[in-house]
Design a protein around this ligand. Structure first.
Ligand code: PNS
Length: 172
């Protein structure tokens, strides 16, 4: 059975992620969405919150599963029996970062292929970083995230200090 993982921070999940998930689900029998506990960033939402938002967003499809993972992405892929790592590629700004990770993952696990999906052009400006920034400054993000996520962003932004401004290379 062809299984892929789709790893990321998903902090929070947005419509660009959902587009990649739906397209990956057409190419693989099973897609396991992996929420990284350690992604090198201080998370806005806890890992449990990120998992819950993703589960709510994808609904109950047998071919899709959400799990959190610590450690290396390639070890998560192996544990899930996945032969592929799916990633979205927005534009040139993602290229260096994504290719570097793909090269490292290939070195660590040559049997696992990284497969890039170019993002939908209409969604390619969305990043979790920008969404957090806009929401924390009172902007509307409800058309950019799945139902329920905008509300949680607003609630969290009220109780948390403003997120640092996103750089032009804001990603994820
Ligand atoms: O959504 P993001 O922030 O682009 O996801 C980055 C992620 C989680 C895929 C990356 O940080 C990762 O793979 N983290 C797990 C630890 C790991 O395997 N590091 C080596 C990557 S080459």
């Amino acid at each position: 059975m062809a299984t892929a993982i789709y790893p990321g921070s998903f902090d929070p999940v947005h419509n660009g992620h959902l587009d990649i998930i739906q397209r990956a689900a057409r190419q693989f029998e099973i897609v396991v969405i992996g929420v990284a506990v350690a992604s090198g960033k201080v998370p806005f939402f806890t890992v449990d919150e990120r998992v819950e938002m993703l589960r709510n967003a994808i609904g109950g499809r047998a071919s899709l599963r959400v799990a959190s993972f610590g450690g290396l992405t390639v070890d998560f892929a192996r544990a899930e029996g996945a032969g592929a790592i799916v990633k979205g590629m927005r534009a040139a700004m993602d290229l260096e970062y994504e290719m570097t990770m793909a090269f490292m993952n290939r070195r660590l696990a040559p049997e696992i292929e990284t497969i890039f999906f170019p993002t939908h052009p209409e969604l390619s400006f969305i990043s979790s970083t920008l969404i957090r920034e806009v929401a924390s400054l009172g902007g509307a993000v409800d058309t950019l995230v799945p139902p329920g996520v905008a509300h949680r962003l607003t609630a969290r932004a009220r109780s948390a200090p403003p997120v640092p401004a996103a750089s032009p290379r804001a990603r994820a």
